[in-house]
Design a protein. Structure first.
Length: 346
């Protein structure tokens, strides 16, 4: 199959046809020549493009890979030795599982946007045998001239790096690396805490750890704190493709800032939160009650200049049985609940 979804020369009479058209044509030819045995429904999982939804066809092609086992081993030891702490702790098991069962990483992508693969080939020679790895085109040309003569011509690999590859270098590449004498590098690397979503623990965090150890000799951060994801009411991850993104600014206009803040605060460390209009409506009512209680309190407090009234108010600490006995039963219940809360917190 060609990269445009048409069949290549190996397909014979079907060469050049669209993949789907070729299937229909092949079946009709089988029927016409009495070679068709039977046709029946068959259910299978068909991989599709995340953005466009197109059917993905397996295609063998040459790619660049990074051998990961030696890098993963060092990243595992970093956690074992306490150089890196992952919070919540339950994600450490996932981290270890991924790195223990790691495969070689395909880092090349056939896209028009991204960091180019830093490899140059020699015009007229086989790519597999003659290529130059360099930081810049000038370095590549200089090396090519030294090796093959001044008349040699080179061209860069058209592929780009996987976006997670450059992201893995981020902790130190932004601070002047590979020049380790840079003040920013000496001052800010390594850092203390990385806070990010649990869904990219392997794609980003683990790879930053591996690259950091490999190129600088130390982990890029001491602690990783993983937060959960805000999902839609059905538990799906928000995306432009699904059209289920909830804009916080629109949410604030409809439900208020406090309702949104309170709803988000209900999430626990590393746990996903399904955000629904029902939950926002309920928390809007609850936060409104808190506002009303606060307004009632402010309206019934003594005047700020009434010193004697404030002395009386502040003397009622409700920290003894005698002071509680002076209160009506409902107020006594409220104060009791307050002290129970204080005991739990402290």
């Amino acid at each position: 199959m060609n990269k445009d979804g048409t069949l290549n020369d190996v397909a014979g009479i079907y060469s050049g046809m669209d993949r789907f058209e070729a299937r229909e044509k092949l079946w009709s030819d089988l029927v016409e020549t009495n070679l068709a045995v039977k046709k029946e429904p068959y259910t299978l999982r068909v991989p599709r493009s995340q953005r466009g939804g197109e059917v993905i066809e397996p295609l063998i092609s040459k790619q660049w890979f990074v051998t990961m086992e030696p890098l993963a081993e060092k990243a595992l030891h970093a956690v074992e030795k306490g150089q890196l702490t992952i919070l919540p702790e339950r994600f450490e098991k996932i981290y270890n599982h991924w790195l223990t069962n790691i495969k070689d990483w395909c880092i090349s992508r056939q896209l028009w946007w991204g960091h180019r693969i830093p490899v140059w080939y020699i015009v007229g020679k086989k790519c597999e045998e003659d290529y130059i790895v360099a930081r810049t085109e000038e370095e590549a040309i200089a090396e090519a001239h030294e090796k093959y003569g001044k008349s040699v011509e080179i061209y860069q690999d058209p592929d780009v790096l996987d976006t997670w590859f450059s992201s893995a270098l981020w902790p130190f590449s932004t601070l002047g690396w590979p020049d380790l004498s840079k003040e920013d590098y000496k001052h800010f690397y390594p850092s203390t805490v990385l806070e990010t979503g649990h869904d990219i623990l392997f794609f980003w965090v683990a790879r930053m750890v591996m690259m950091g150890i490999e190129f600088t000799g130390s982990v890029p951060f001491s602690y990783v704190y993983l937060h959960g994801l805000i999902r839609d009411a059905e538990g799906r991850k928000m995306s432009k493709t699904l059209g289920n993104v909830i804009d916080p600014l629109d949410t604030i206009k409809e439900y208020g800032t406090d309702a949104l803040r309170f709803t988000l605060s209900l999430g626990t460390a590393g746990q996903d939160l399904n955000l629904s209009t029902e939950r926002l409506t309920s928390n809007k009512a609850f936060t409104n009650k808190l506002w009303n209680a606060g307004k009632f309190l402010l309206q019934n407090l003594p005047d700020k200049n009434d010193v004697s009234a404030w002395d009386v108010l502040l003397s009622n600490k409700f920290d003894s049985e005698a002071s509680l006995q002076k209160l009506p039963l409902p107020e006594c219940w409220v104060v009791t609940g307050l002290h129970e809360l204080i005991d739990k917190v402290y």
